[in-house]
Ligand binder design. Structure first.
Ligand SMILES: Nc1nc2c(ncn2[C@@H]2O[C@H](COP(=O)(O)OP(=O)(O)OP(=O)(O)O)[C@@H](O)[C@H]2O)c(=O)[nH]1
Ligand SMILES: [Mg+2]
Length: 159
């Protein structure tokens, strides 16, 4: 199972992947699409600059599930309304940096809802809060997607 993360620069995608893989947390600017274990990390600029969007769409074919990553300390929303429907894949929302005193979960959640995310997971890569809930639920979401869309997929599509 492969998870692809999409979100603006500094949203916390790379740090989250480091946390999920039990690696050392250290800043490492993402320069290109990177396949890291069961994850696909993407540079924020690829979604913030229109011309790169095609690269994200193509790469999404390699993923089983897409995570739209919103920084809960940011006032900005880079996701266009209903963007989750652009992917023929299950899409979840991930709200990062909930440990920060500047975190505004309510606002971040509303941005992800507008983007079309039905399942939203608040997490902190620093403290680990919400990380287990995120990983525990991913398989449930994939199963639900499979059931909901059973009529359009071959029986072995998800194997
Ligand atoms: N307080 C707090 N800061 C975080 C958390 N996760 C990431 N950060 C900080 O946010 C900054 C950006 O994190 P990255 O993971 O590099 O962000 P990114 O989304 O990969 O950014 P690009 O590679 O530019 O697309 C870094 O300084 C991180 O230390 C978190 O859970 N809590
Ligand atoms: Mg990065």
């Amino acid at each position: 199972m492969r998870i692809m993360l999409i979100g603006p620069s500094a949203a916390g995608k790379t740090t989250l992947i480091q946390r999920l893989r039990d690696k050392e947390i250290k800043y490492d600017k993402t320069q290109a699409v990177e396949y890291v274990g069961n994850f696909i990390d993407t540079p924020g600029e690829y979604m913030q600059q229109r011309g790169y969007w095609g690269s994200l769409t193509i790469t999404s074919y390699d993923a089983d599930i897409i995570g739209l990553v919103q920084d809960s300390t940011s006032e900005d929303c880079w996701f266009s309304g209903g963007v989750s429907t652009k992917f023929a894949k299950p899409v979840i929302g991930i709200l990062t940096k909930i440990d920060s005193e500047d975190s505004n979960q309510k606002q971040g959640r509303s941005y992800l809802e507008l983007a079309g995310c039905r399942d939203i997971f608040p997490v902190s890569s620093y403290t680990g809060e919400g990380i287990d809930a995120l990983m525990d639920n991913i398989h449930r979401i994939l199963d639900r997607y499979k059931t909901d869309n059973a009529s359009i997929y071959a029986d072995d599509y998800f194997d």
